[in-house]
Design a protein around this ligand. Structure first.
Ligand SMILES: NC(=O)c1ccc[n+]([C@@H]2O[C@H](COP(=O)([O-])OP(=O)(O)OC[C@H]3O[C@@H](n4cnc5c(N)ncnc54)[C@H](O)[C@@H]3O)[C@@H](O)[C@H]2O)c1
Length: 302
C-alpha cells in the first residue's frame, strides 16, 4: 500500500512516517517545511516539498497513492486567535484543496489529524466522540470545519474519512517554534535550571498520550471504512502539576515554579474515552506517563 503523509516533516508526522515504513508501506511526504524540518523525514520516504494548496504538485504526488494521512496544518492556538484568516486559508482551504485533488485522482481514503480542541469545554468527562462540537478558538474551528468537509465528501463522493481527535501528544522529536505545549516547555526549563512558567498552579487536568502510541493508531485505522470519528487518549486525566513532579523525580532535582495565575479561555479538565477506537481496531496505549516522560527527558538531554 502506498501512503501519502501531508505534514510528514512535523513532530507527529515524522513518527507516523517511520511506523509506516517499519510496517512495509511505501511512503511519500508532502510538506511545505513552513514549520517542519526535512531532517525529521526518514530517508526511506520520498519528500516532496510543496504546499497542500498547490494542486499541481499535489496531483503529481498522489500518483500511485492508496491513502492519505493528512497532518499538515498550523497548530498554534494563540496565533489562530490573532490571525484566524491565516488558519482558515492554510488549514481549511488547504484541506479542501487537498481533498479536491484526491477526488480528481481517484484517491478516496483519508485519515485526518483532528484535535480534542473541537470539543471546547466539555459537559461531561471522559469525553466521548458524540459530545457536542463547539470549539472555543479558531484553530479548533479549523479542525471542526475540515471534519465537516470530510463528512460531506463521504456522503457525496464515497470517501473513507477517518477522523482522529488527538488529546495531548508528547514525546521525543517535539520541536515546535514557537513551542506552546506544556511538557516540552517544562522539560526544557528544568534541564536549563530555569523557573517553570505555570498557569492555574498546575491544577488543569489533561490526557497526555505518548507519541508512539498515537502514531501507531494511524496504521491501525488504515483499513477502516466510511466516515468515522475516534478519540485518541489514554483515558487518564493527569494534573499538570503532577507531570512537573514526575519530571523532577526523573532528573533528581527541582526548579522553581513561576506562577502566571489564571489564563482566560483555558479548559479546566479534559480527558478522553477511547473505547470506540479500542473496540474498532484493538488499539491500546502502551506507554505509561512516567516511562514516556523519561524517554522525552532523555531526548531533550541529548
Ligand atoms: N501536537 C499536538 O499537540 C496536536 C494535538 C492535536 C492535533 N494535532 C494535529 O496534528 C497534526 C500534526 O501536528 P504536529 O504537532 O506534528 O505539528 P507540526 O507543526 O510539527 O507539523 C505540521 C507540519 O505541517 C506542515 N504544514 C503546515 N501547513 C502546511 C501546508 N499548507 N502545506 C504543507 N505542509 C504544511 C509544517 O511544515 C509541519 O511540518 C496537525 O494537523 C495538528 O493540528 C496536533
Amino acid at each position: 500500500m502506498n501512503v501519502l503523509v501531508t505534514g510528514g516533516a512535523g513532530f507527529i508526522g515524522s513518527h507516523v512516517v517511520r511506523f509506516l515504513l517499519e510496517d512495509g508501506y511505501q511512503v511519500k511526504v508532502v510538506d511545505n517545511l513552513s514549520r517542519g524540518n526535512k531532517e525529521s523525514v526518514d530517508s526511506r520516504a520520498e519528500l516532496i516539498v510543496a504546499d497542500i494548496n498547490n494542486s499541481k504538485k499535489v496531483k503529481e504526488a498522489l500518483k500511485g497513492v492508496d491513502a492519505v494521512i493528512h497532518m499538515a496544518g498550523l497548530i498554534v492556538v494563540p496565533e489562530s486567535v490573532k490571525d484566524p484568516i491565516k488558519y482558515c486559508e492554510n488549514n481549511v482551504i488547504g484541506a479542501v484543496s487537498l481533498i479536491e485533488s484526491m477526488r480528481k485522482a481517484g484517491v478516496k481514503k483519508i485519515i485526518f489529524s483532528s484535535s480534542a480542541c473541537v470539543y471546547g469545554t466539555p459537559d461531561k468527562l471522559p469525553i466521548k466522540e458524540d459530545a457536542p462540537v463547539r470549539p472555543d478558538n479558531p484553530y479548533g474551528a479549523s479542525k471542526a470545519s475540515i471534519e465537516t468537509f470530510l463528512q460531506t465528501y463521504n456522503v457525496i463522493h464515497g470517501f473513507d474519512s477517518i477522523i482522529l481527535r488527538y488529546f495531548n501528544p508528547y514525546g521525543p522529536g517535539e520541536e515546535h517554534v514557537p513551542e506552546t505545549h506544556a511538557i516540552p516547555n517544562f522539560i526544557k526549563a528544568t534541564l536549563a535550571k530555569k523557573p517553570i512558567p505555570l498557569y492555574w498552579q498546575g491544577e488543569q487536568i489533561r490526557d497526555f498520550i505518548y507519541i508512539e502510541d498515537l502514531a501507531r493508531a494511524h496504521i491501525d485505522v488504515l483499513d477502516q471504512k466510511g466516515y468515522q470519528v475516534f478519540n485518541i487518549g489514554t483515558e487518564k486525566g493527569i494534573k499538570v502539576k503532577d507531570v512537573i513532579s514526575e519530571i523532577f523525580k526523573i532528573v533528581g532535582y527541582e526548579v522553581p515554579i513561576k506562577d502566571l495565575g489564571e489564563r482566560l479561555g483555558d479548559v479546566h479538565a479534559n480527558f478522553a474515552s477511547s473505547e470506540k477506537l479500542k473496540k474498532a481496531v484493538g488499539w491500546r496505549p502502551k506507554v505509561e506517563l512516567k516511562d514516556g516522560l523519561k524517554r522525552t527527558v532523555d531526548y531533550y538531554e541529548s
